[in-house]
Design a protein around this ligand. Sequence first.
Ligand SMILES: [Zn+2]
Length: 284
Amino acid sequence: MSLNLGNWQLDTVNGGMFRLDGGVMFGVVPQQIWKHVALPDAQNRILCANHCVLARDGKHTVLVDTGYGGKYAPLDRKFYDMEPGDPLATSLAKLGVATEEVDFVVFSHLHFDHVGGAIRHDADKQPTLSFPNAQHVVSRVEWENASSGLPELVTAYSHQDVMSLRELARLRLVEDGEEIVPGLTTRLTGGHTEGHLSFLFRSNGQTACYPGDICPSTYHLRRMWHLSYDVFPLDTRRNKPQLLADAAEGQWWMLWNHDPTAVISRVVSDPKREYVAIDTNKSL
Ligand SMILES: [Zn+2]
């Protein structure tokens, strides 16, 4: 799906469909409630998309998140029902974009389903950069946590990918509110991970937001509906409604990372349901 936002051409690219446990996706919300919104399969998993964003303004080619990549072993693929091959590489090729053209890879955070596509295996099974000419951008706090090896933080991080990035990538560590390139700024939303970033594209008076996993789908618009992966759930419950309030007021386009059907929406406040999505997939 494409969105023309002033100077920015935003295209969603497929980082790979997969399935995650419904309990993991909805935290404290009981299955008796969430199953009416997202139907679980026989293994209690729900379908998740992995919409990454390719952003081009004529001067810069920016990739936001990289999906899970193509190097997972068959057992892992089966557990998560991952797509075969390397979905991100296939999706970029369909757009006619060579991996060498990407000059910025920006990560919302470094969990396996966001970072895996940045590192591939070469013919000798050695890790190598998928985007060899790119500056790799991650929040300083996220980098410190992901590379710390602290046992209480390791669960969802792909340690091997983080180590490969440390060894191979041109890294840029950024702070809250930092401009990565003109018209693309970070917003530290935390919650999901301490250093989790959302991204704001601005041009011509319009804004598009990639919230990342602070609000990964339209199912997660309510304050209490958040991932049980969240390391700081109270921050998610505080910061997500603030982001959504700004999105509603500014009529931002929201680019949902993991929603299996809604790719792009705007949001409005709703007296009963807190926030609801409108104009879904009616992009410019
Ligand atoms: Zn994710």
